[in-house]
Design a protein around this ligand. Sequence first.
Ligand SMILES: [Zn+2]
Ligand SMILES: [Zn+2]
Length: 338
Amino acid sequence: MKQVILIEPGKIRISDVPIPEPSEGEIVVKVDTSLTCGTDLKAYIRGHNLIPMPGPFGHEYSGTVASVGKGVQGFKEGTEVMGVHSAPCLSCKFCKKGLHHLCETIMEKKALGAFAEYLLLPAHVVKQNLYLKPKILSFEEAALLEPFSCTVHPYSKLKLDEVETALVIGAGTIGLMHLAYLKTKGIKVIISDFFDDRLSLALKMNADHVTAPHDIENIVKETTGAFGVDLVVECTGQQGVWEKAVNYVRRGGTVVLFGGCISGTSVTYDTKRLHYDELTITGSFHYTPEDVKTAYLVLLDKSMDMSSLISGEFPLQDIKKAFIQLKEGKGVKYALKP
Ligand SMILES: [Zn+2]
Ligand SMILES: [Zn+2]
């Protein structure tokens, strides 16, 4: 089978490798659709500490079960599936505290290699984070389960019914997914980006206000009357933007720092805002099986139209073209078809 290997930043190779055989509890999925992700783009451009190189590339997928290992329940050959590529160990110190997203081995034991004809899913992933794909979802929509699980993660500990206004900074895939989710909760959303085509997408996805980054402050003032928004979601992973993010939130509001910055960077905040304005600032990393389930149910509910997030489709062998487009800021996410 064909498998895409990321050799080093900027260098992709398509290798011929044997189709994997599932051991006990494992499943081999015949990939129908895999999707490019912001993390993949980061890895492709500058390397990523969670994506080993050289190594199999890609982690967002949907497809059909090709073979099942001994003891697998609920799935058989031919079942259409959607899933994520990781799951917690359930036995480390973090898992025991219910912090499944911070599991000590969740990253090390994840299944990379969705940019291929077949993908082997380990037993712990099959058991916790693989779902049946209903016919009402296309393979493309189903492959959004992984990034959408990341998106819903911070909201598991936030009271969204108290949020009336939100600012999403950055209208890439993840920013647009936050927009789509927040809109299902009836929240007024302002979203910002440098690229006009992304802002047009945001308008199509029912953003209440779109703005270029330099104008955020004005728009927030105009729409909230100097009060500030209840929630800010930072999706750019830029140090300077992380620092500015706290300027737009109201007293007692929440800032979710969703976009990860380059490692080794640090930020500075005005202590008065943190202390006297009692802001809540929180990071967001990965997801728990609960989040995956939430994301699955929301996708099934079909209350969001995320079809415009997929900017186009390439055959797997043209994967480089997809990454070149993304690197040039063209499109937000591409579907790859083996
Ligand atoms: Zn992803
Ligand atoms: Zn664990």
